[in-house]
Design a protein around this ligand. Structure first.
Ligand code: ATP
Ligand code: MG
Length: 422
C-alpha cells in the first residue's frame, strides 16, 4: 500500500490528558483515534493489527473446539434480572422508545444471553459438552479510564463459554483452554503468567488470570521467579521474599496487566436461567459452565507497552500492520524509479497488504522518524546512496544496525527472519 493513500497521518504530539504510553504511540502513529475518555476508533492501520490479533485468537479457540458466533450488544433486562446482575454500576443503560425506565443494558458480559440460548438447544447429556465464543464490543462504565486502551469504556473482547455435564469434564477443558491461552499470548509476542485470582462479580470460586509483567499494569501479583507460579495480590497471602509454595523459589512482587482470564462458573448461570440436561438415567441436572475472556484491545495495548522504545512501537511480526516498510529517500527520478521496482517485487513476494511504501515527498528525517514510530518489523531504504552501491538498505526495527544488501540477500533475510547484527 502507498503511504500517501493512508487517510490517517502521524502526529508529533499526543492529545492532552492521554498519559498512557500505549495510547500515545497508537494515536501518534495514526493507529487509533481517541473519541472520548476510554472510547477509541480503530483507524485502518490499527484495525489491521487488531485483525491479526483476532485471527490468532480465532485459530486457537477453533483449535479447542470453540464455535464462533455473535450475540447482541443490547441486552434486555429479563436476561440479567435472574442472576441479579441487572443493576450493577458497570452497566450503560438504554431505554426503548416507550420505556420510562432503562430496559436494556449494553452488554458487558454474555453469560446470561448465551445460557438462555443454550437452554433452548441443550436437553440431554448427548448435547454436551460444547464451547462457543464471540469477538465483540463490550461496554463498561469503568471508573478509572486512564490507561489508554488497557481499560476502555468500550472495548473488544473475545468471550468463550463452555458447557459440561460433569465437573471433571469442565476441568479437562479448562486445562485445554489454559494451554490455548498461553499459545495466543506467546504468538502475540508476550510472556504470560498463569495467576490464581478471585472471581469478582462472576463466581465465588477461584479463577485464573493471564498476567503480563509491566510497570504500567493495574494489577500486582506475587510471582515465583523460579517456576512462574503466581497469585494475584487481591487473594494472595504471600509477600515479596517468601518461599514459593510450589518450588520454594523466591517470590517477588510485580506490576502486571491482566490480558485474559478463565473461570469455573459452576451452575450459577444455568440454575438461574433454566439450563438443565437429563443424564443416562433420565435425571435432571444443571449444566456446569466455564467462561474464558481475552481483552482484544487490551492485548493490543499490552503488546505496545511491552514492545516500544523512545522512538516508537516495535510490532512483533505476527501482529504487525505490515511486514515491510519501504522508504524512498530523495526525490530524484532514479530513486523513485528504483524504489517503485523494489515495491513491485516486494508486493509479488509478500502481497500488497504486507508492504507499506512511503513514497511521500518529505524529508529523510521525517520519513525515518515515522518509520520508527509505526514500528513495522523490516525497513527497506532506497536512496542515492543505495543506488550508487546497487543495493538496498535493510534494517530490522528491533536492531540498531542497517545493512546494504542486494535483492536476493534481502528476500532471503526477510523470509528466514535472520538477525542482521554481526
Ligand atoms: P479487570 O479486573 O481488569 O477489570 P475483569 O476481571 O473485569 O478485568 P473480565 O470481565 O473477565 O475482566 O474480562 C475479560 C478480559 O477482558 C480481561 O481479562 C481483560 O483482558 C479484558 N478487559 C476487562 N475490562 C476491560 C476494559 N475495561 N478495557 C479493556 N479490556 C478489558
Ligand atoms: Mg473489570
Amino acid at each position: 500500500m502507498l503511504q500517501s493513500k493512508l487517510f490517517s497521518k502521524t502526529t508529533k504530539n499526543s492529545p492532552e490528558g492521554e498519559e498512557a504510553r500505549n495510547a500515545q504511540l497508537l494515536i501518534k502513529g495514526g493507529f487509533v483515534f481517541k473519541n472520548s475518555a476510554g472510547i477509541y476508533s480503530f483507524l485502518p492501520l490499527g484495525w489491521k493489527v487488531a485483525q491479526k490479533v483476532m485471527d490468532i485468537i480465532r485459530e486457537e479457540m477453533n483449535a479447542i473446539g470453540g464455535q464462533e458466533m455473535f450475540m447482541p450488544a443490547l441486552i434486555e433486562k429479563k436476561y440479567m434480572e435472574p442472576t441479579s446482575r441487572w443493576n450493577l454500576d458497570v452497566g450503560f443503560f438504554a431505554k426503548g422508545l416507550r420505556d420510562k425506565e432503562p430496559h436494556f443494558v449494553l452488554g458487558w458480559s454474555h453469560e446470561e444471553v448465551l445460557t438462555a440460548i443454550a437452554s433452548k438447544h441443550v436437553h440431554s447429556y448427548k448435547d454436551l459438552p460444547f464451547a462457543a465464543y464471540q469477538i465483540q464490543t463490550k461496554f463498561r462504565n469503568e471508573a478509572r479510564a486512564k490507561s489508554g486502551l488497557l481499560r476502555g469504556r468500550e472495548f473488544m473482547m473475545k468471550d468463550l463459554y463452555s458447557f459440561h455435564a460433569t465437573e471433571s469434564d469442565l476441568e479437562s477443558y479448562y486445562e485445554r483452554a489454559k494451554e490455548a491461552y498461553f499459545k495466543v499470548f506467546e504468538r502475540c509476542g508476550l510472556k504470560s503468567f498463569y495467576t490464581l485470582a478471585g472471581g469478582g462479580v462472576f463466581t465465588d470460586k477461584f479463577t485464573h488470570e493471564f498476567q503480563v509483567l509491566s510497570d504500567v499494569g493495574e494489577d500486582t501479583i506475587f510471582l515465583c521467579e523460579e517456576c512462574g507460579y503466581a497469585e494475584n495480590e487481591e487473594i494472595s497471602k504471600l509477600k515479596g521474599g517468601d518461599a514459593c509454595p510450589k518450588c520454594s523459589g523466591a517470590i517477588a512482587m510485580k506490576k502486571s496487566i491482566e490480558v485474559g482470564n478463565i473461570f469455573n462458573q459452576g451452575t450459577k448461570y444455568s440454575e438461574s436461567l433454566g439450563l438443565y440436561f437429563t443424564d443416562e438415567k433420565g435425571e435432571k441436572h444443571p449444566v456446569i459452565m466455564g467462561a474464558y475472556g481475552i481483552g482484544v484491545s487490551r492485548l493490543m495495548a499490552t503488546i505496545v507497552e511491552v514492545h516500544n522504545d523512545e522512538k516508537g512501537i516495535l510490532w512483533p511480526e505476527s501482529v504487525a500492520p505490515f511486514k515491510v516498510h519501504l522508504v524512498s529517500l530523495g526525490d530524484s527520478g532514479e530513486v523513485t524509479e528504483a524504489a517503485s521496482k523494489v515495491y513491485e517485487s516486494l508486493v509479488r513476494h509478500f502481497g500488497e497488504f504486507e508492504v507499506l511504501y512511503d513514497e511521500r515527498k518529505a524529508s529523510a528525517g521525517e520519513k525515518l522518524n515515522d518509520s520508527d514510530l509505526l514500528g513495522i518489523p523490516w525497513r527497506v531504504v532506497v536512496s542515492e546512496k543505495t543506488l550508487a552501491a546497487k543495493k538496498v538498505e535493510l534494517k530490522r526495527r528491533s536492531e540498531g544496525e542497517s545493512q546494504l544488501v542486494n535483492e536476493e540477500e534481502f528476500f532471503r533475510a526477510v523470509a528466514n527472519n535472520v538477525n542482521l547484527k554481526k
